[in-house]
Design a protein around this ligand. Structure first.
Ligand code: PLP
Length: 461
């Protein structure tokens, strides 16, 4: 097998690092629905968003038309420290599975933050700095986004206040210390430092927190401290835009060898890595130039695409953020404390939600024990110790490769390997000890959660 002319790793040169981000919205006939003001139900414009977000990031958020957006030189310079990231041919995994499928993965874990999140963190910190701000606030689930943002802020000399979902804060003390090493302050959420945190604590004593709660707290602190803005590591259009660097590099690398994928797979929490990976391929699909199967993989414990509603909902538990039209489990939904912290979000990117709704992509949900089986199988042959989030994509890549084995089809599969799992060893330990359980919400739990979706004109419950 290894006598093929495709190298194990397809590297690009520094010069081949993308000059522009690709904005897939420009090619969407049906644009993602606008953010709505939770008070008035009106679409939110530039001025409405200014108290919360940095100006340039709002422009990117609202820009549905510009196809290519130049990557500022300072951001490209930062990218050059860890990009272009390799596209790796999983020869060893193929051999182990005895599949005729050709499997490639784009590896984003090759930086200290350990994930793709740094791609957007540096961009968001850069625009905050450009605007002359003192600092930024944010939430973090598993800790990767907080780590990435801490690194970007320390590089640019910005203050960074992180609200970390309480169960992760407790499960992952080392993540917290990495963030503090880069100078960030880290507070477990819900906390008693914000009004919304106090309310959540009194309504749900003993809660392990959720990304939705932590977002509310971070927004409250940003809007009540002069010189601060809130930044978010996923879900938003601007984040998918920054993450398109993953997809543009992947496409450039594949094109070099004339490889056309049949299936593209990524895990989906808020949708940023998947959205970034698929953007240029989706663009071709939208323009009718090429067809691909695109598969989003989500945890069975937090199944936004596969069991959620496509509806306007709050992005946060505290209901202070704008309303976004997306696949959602309801902003009050608190998923069971699974080990893929980065996928524990009730909603989904508005861009991906619209594309899924319009039939341009598929979604599947997988149980965490099956995910860890795939993670271990992958680690043993490919060497990289994958993050639990990334392993959702591995699971489905393996499943698709095994289907090829049955049918004899030589399909080309590309998946996003978003990060490494060194800070997730408690989860691996639980898996090895047989103490990992799959928890799947019941229909009744979801119906209860949907009953709290906000009333928006033209939207039935
Ligand atoms: C945050 C994270 C994810 C999920 O977030 P998306 O915005 O859906 O990409 C996936 N993998 C890793 C390693 C992460 O840190």
């Amino acid at each position: 097998m290894a006598n093929e002319s495709i190298p194990y790793k397809i590297y690009l040169s520094e010069e081949e690092l993308p000059q522009t981000w690709y904005n897939v919205r420009a090619d969407m006939k049906v644009k993602p629905a606008p953010l709505l003001n939770p008070g008035t139900g009106e679409p939110m414009g530039f001025e409405d968003l200014r108290p919360v977000f940095c100006d340039e990031l709002i422009r990117q958020e609202l820009d549905n038309d510009t196809r290519e957006i130049p990557i500022p030189q300072e951001i490209r310079n930062f990218y050059k420290m860890y990009r272009p990231s390799p596209l790796i041919r999983a020869y060893c995994l193929e051999e182990k599975l005895k599949t005729p499928a050709k499997i490639y993965y784009k590896f984003e874990g090759n930086n200290t933050s350990g994930s793709h999140k740094l791609n957007s963190a540096i961009a968001q910190a850069y625009y905050a700095k450009q605007q002359g701000l003192k600092g930024v606030t944010t939430e973090t689930g598993a800790g990767q986004w907080g780590t990435a943002l801490s690194m970007a802020c320390s590089y640019l000399g910005l203050d960074c206040k992180v609200f970390m979902v309480k169960c992760s804060y407790e499960q992952k003390p080392f993540r917290r210390e990495v963030m503090r090493t880069y100078g960030a302050s880290v507070t477990p959420s819900p906390s008693d430092q914000t009004r919304i945190g106090q309310k959540i604590l009194s309504d749900h004593p003993g809660t392990t927190g959720s990304l939705g709660c932590a977002i509310s707290e971070a927004v409250e602190v940003a809007t009540s401290h002069p010189g601060y803005r809130y930044v978010l590591g996923s879900v938003l259009n601007q984040v998918l835009l920054h993450q398109s660097v993953i997809g543009v590099e992947t496409k450039t690398a594949l094109d070099k060898y004339g490889i056309v994928p049949d299936i593209i797979i990524g895990c989906a929490g808020g949708g940023s890595n998947l959205g970034g990976l698929i953007s240029p391929f989706m663009g071709q699909k939208l323009r009718g130039e090429q067809d691909y199967r695109i598969i989003a993989v989500e945890p069975a414990s937090c199944p936004s695409f596969t069991r959620g509603r496509f509806a306007y909902d709050f992005c946060d538990t505290g209901m202070v953020c704008p309303l976004s039209k997306m696949y959602t489990l309801g902003s009050g939904f608190i998923p069971s404390p699974s080990h893929a912290g980065g996928l524990r979000y009730h909603g989904m990117s508005a861009i991906l939600s619209q594309l899924y709704h319009d039939g341009y992509m598929e979604a599947v949900s997988v149980e965490q024990t099956k995910v860890f089986e795939a993670a271990e199988q992958f680690a043993r042959v490919e060497g990289i110790l994958p993050a639990p989030e990334s392993s959702h994509a591995i699971r489905v890549a393996i499943d698709e490769a095994l289907k090829c084995k049955e049918t004899g089809e030589e399909k080309t599969i590309v998946f996003g390997l978003t990060g490494t799992g060194y800070f997730d060893m408690v989860a691996y330990e639980k898996f090895h000890n047989g103490e990992m359980h799959d928890s799947i919400p019941t229909d009744a739990e979801l119906l209860e959660s949907f009953s709290h979706l906000p009333a928006v004109p033209g939207q039935s419950k």
